[in-house]
Design a protein around this ligand. Structure first.
Ligand SMILES: C[S@@+](CC[C@H](N)C(=O)[O-])C[C@H]1O[C@@H](n2cnc3c(N)ncnc32)[C@H](O)[C@@H]1O
Length: 387
């Protein structure tokens, strides 16, 4: 089914030929994994702090003769609780099940999907572009890690037609996001578009850049929301980008995708009026994060905006809640998760060149209503103010 670009933001279950064909049995299994994630990660997880207080901390105190105080102590105390250990093991198993449940249809249908992608990529009528950089070398953390256990990770690209990284990201991401992720008109872009509508209603960007775009769901959503804008997306892996490009073509939205590092943009100074990223800050580590923010500042035109949306793990009621959120760093292949949770992102934005009055943080409700997102935005001073 081809959806007109302007319709993308309204459709909650986007279909396109890059998606694997799924049998009834596979569909049931995927729905079961979504249900398990809702039970284990949303409902049962809420009990972890109580498990720490009633089992973990007393057992830690009995063993060490002191209350757990430092983050390391708190982490050890969590593991003194058998209830927490059981939750942790089951949560890890459910995370593994995500990839098994989407991997079977992907690998069965892979040659059809790759042929469909190749036809879209090679089409003389295509409306977007794909600029791969064979010399690009993703950092070892990205190339060598199955981030959130996705098999082969973000940079997976085994053959010249490989699109598996993108297929995994879109289909697995939907299950990870409780059935509401990429492909559901991208709720993360919807959050930023809601913010723009509320705070900058007259803002009409003409050149947009999406950093760390993965399968290009948010990028396509921006192209649909601003049909007169020139939209660019970038990421590190050729397999992911081939998928994103073919997906955007299938959906009828013009986007140029680049294999490029967010911390080393090959775009001219002052060449964009909106630079966004969705869930990239927690994947890139402090050094690249600061360089990516400085690069965003550099490529923004005077008066233009950058908006970084990310996971809400930074909103913690106490040290115990904060440490509880570090589970993904240890058991879900998220090597920079902890660094992101503990980062002073406001300071990083100021270090990148933004003025304090032009930076704001937001705690936003997801469009799907199932979770919340952290958002930090910065506006580059306009030419008059900067002079
Ligand atoms: C959690 S995914 C988010 C993808 C997408 N924006 C979304 O919200 O669905 C993070 C993405 O950031 C990309 N990434 C990691 N390091 C990067 C870097 N240095 N430059 C550009 N992208 C990077 C990863 O490859 C991955 O696709």
């Amino acid at each position: 089914m081809r959806i007109e670009g302007s319709e993308i933001m309204k459709v909650r279950d986007i279909q396109h030929p890059l998606l694997p064909e799924v049998t009834q049995e596979e569909m049931s299994r995927q729905r079961a994994v979504v249900s398990m994630r809702k039970l284990i990660n949303a409902r049962m997880r809420a009990q972890n702090v109580r498990r720490f207080e009633t089992e973990g901390a007393p057992a830690f105190a009995a063993r060490h003769g002191r209350q757990p105080q430092s983050p390391d102590d708190i982490e050890r105390a969590f593991f003194e609780s058998s209830g927490y250990r059981m939750w942790s093991a089951v949560n890890r198993s459910v995370q593994e099940m995500i990839w098994v449940s989407v991997g079977e249809p992907i690998f069965r249908d892979r040659s059809r999907m790759e042929a469909a992608a190749r036809a879209l990529i090679d089409s003389p009528d295509k409306i977007g572009a794909l600029e791969l950089d064979p010399a690009y070398d993703p950092s070892p953390e990205i190339a060598g890690t199955d981030v959130h256990l996705q098999p082969g990770g973000y940079a997976r690209a085994d053959t010249p037609d490989d699109i598996v990284a993108g297929a995994f990201y879109e289909t697995g991401g939907n299950i990870y996001s409780f059935g509401q992720g990429a492909g559901k008109a991208d709720s993360k872009a919807g959050v930023v578009l809601n913010l723009l509508n509320a705070e900058f209603p007259d803002f009409k960007p003409t050149r947009i850049l999406d950093l760390g775009c993965s399968a290009g769901a948010a990028t396509a959503a921006y192209a649909a929301a601003f049909p007169d804008a020139e939209v660019h997306g970038l990421d590190v892996g050729a397999g992911m980008l081939r998928y994103a490009h073919a997906r955007a073509e299938a959906l009828g939205v013009p986007v140029t995708f680049h294999q490029m590092d967010a911390s080393q943009l090959k775009f001219a100074d002052a060449s964009f009026d909106l630079v966004v990223s969705h869930n990239m800050l927690h994947e890139i580590g402090p050094e690249k994060r600061r360089r990516a923010m400085a690069e965003a500042f550099r490529v923004l035109r005077p008066g233009a905006l950058t908006i970084f949306q990310d996971v809400d793990t930074r909103f913690a009621l106490s040290d115990v809640h904060r440490v509880e959120k570090n589970w993904d760093a240890h058991f879900n292949g998220e090597c920079f998760w902890k660094a992101y949770n503990e980062a002073d992102l406001l300071a990083d934005m100021l270090g990148a060149g933004f003025a304090p009055a032009d930076v704001s943080e937001h705690n936003m409700e997801a469009v799907s209503n199932l979770n919340r997102w952290y958002v930090i935005s910065g506006r580059k001073p306009d030419a008059g103010a900067a002079a």
